[in-house]
Design a protein around this ligand. Sequence first.
Ligand code: GLN
Length: 548
Amino acid sequence: MKINYIFVTGGVVSSLGKGIATASLAAVLEARGLRVTIMKLDPYINVDPGTISPVQHGEVFITEDGAETDLDLGHYERFIRTKMRHHNNFTAGKIYADILRKERRGDYLGATIQIIPHVTDTIKKWIIAGASVEYDVLLVEIGGTVGDIESLPFLEAIRQMVIEVNKEKTLCIHLTLVPFITASGELKTKPTQHSVKELLSIGIQPDILICRSDRVISNSERKKISLFCNVPKQAIISLQDVDSIYKIPALLKSQGLDDYICKRFNLNCPEANLSDWEEVIYYQEHPIGEVTVGIVGKYIELADAYKSITEALKHAGIKNRFIVNIHLINSQEVEKLGIEKTLKGLDAILVPGGFGYRGVEGKILSVQYARENNIPYFGICLGMQVALIEFARHVAGMPDANSTEFITNCKCPVIALINECKDENGTMMTYNNTNLGGTMRLGNQVCYLIKGSLTYQIYGKSTILERHRHRYEVNNMLLKNIKHAGLTCVGFSGNNHLVEVIEYSKHPWFIGSQFHPEFNSTPREGHPLFIDFIRAAMEYKHRHNKLI
Ligand code: GLN
């Protein structure tokens, strides 16, 4: 069977949750037994989001094969079982970089390089490359909003694909906003009409409209939108605000969106079985407890900067049946205002990944507070590195301990670049793997856990695969005093040299991982480390309440 394409565009305003709507639809199609995958096309000029500040564009999601991608790919993996790879996300910048490289090489044989056909052809080629025979449906989400200058080549490529692939095998979904105007007490359909007009002017007639609103869109409004936008009424879907994004698959199904699509594509498949999503919602709505976790980071202005971590904490809440309140705490405030004003009342502390020195001393203070007060501590990537620095400085008698990322010529580089690190026997440390993007350790890497460690017990196995994104490593040469003081290294990379996991056994729950477990957490399965961290948070809360 030839693959079917669903193109998803957005209109009126950005931030309507196009990624979540796309992922939710994919989840319903997957629940019908279809093999589904998703691509995200980003119209900006950066070659990938790896270099964009998380405060601007949200977190950088890392795929198993080591691609630094848009955070929407994280939504895709949380909603469907298909794993994303390099080719599931590309930007205008990547397209241009490819074309310009070929142009310099002389591949175009003297032709004038133009948006049409060269840019649009490359976009089409890359979409088709992502649509392998393994899948029944490929959903293609176009970033940005219709009307943006940058989106035009992408929309033009879709317009061409609709004709070239065959109309029966393609569908265009447009996501719009239907705002409620309080003064008149009405939902307004005009912005949607304008947005569809804009799409039509590019040559794309949407087949389905998903209308975002703060409330249910009534039949009469759907009728009106249908008439003005030339879309059948049953293809006007109301997507009102809901308290949990994991309710959206059911919301789409209840309006027959998946039926409509399957009929259009002539796909014969059973009704969607959403029982595992119903279970997620049931646990979310029937909690038996509540804990509060602090994330001490420096990109807290934008909640999306730690999206996979906040979701993983919520998943752990679902699995434990606890509400997890998440406090985003600015690590610089911890430095400025002190522990009392910033960290009091937390049942657990998590320090996430990060780059650069700003805010690091506040993170170190947070580790110290968690360690000294037996508060569950989870350090991820940079969060593991600062935990090691804190321990070295305050427990192992190494007051100058630091990372060469923060002080280039530091006297006691317990964390350093690989070529600055030595093994315990004094030999230079090296990488022994292929998944290196530039100097970064990226993507899935094998880690071996020491039997008997807490982390081993949590995973229930000794060989794990987790995703990485970092440049600096634990400097094994300086580990002697640290280990002697009680910190244990319980996880090692494939070649047994690089420290992957640290623990402090005199503390009820103190774990640091060089990898990013948050990228492997899903609402249906959770992730063992996060699930146990939240369980430990509840244990701490009980213990603490008994003490006071
Ligand atoms: N900045 C640190 C490094 O490059 C940690 C990176 C991270 O937390 N993702 O190693």
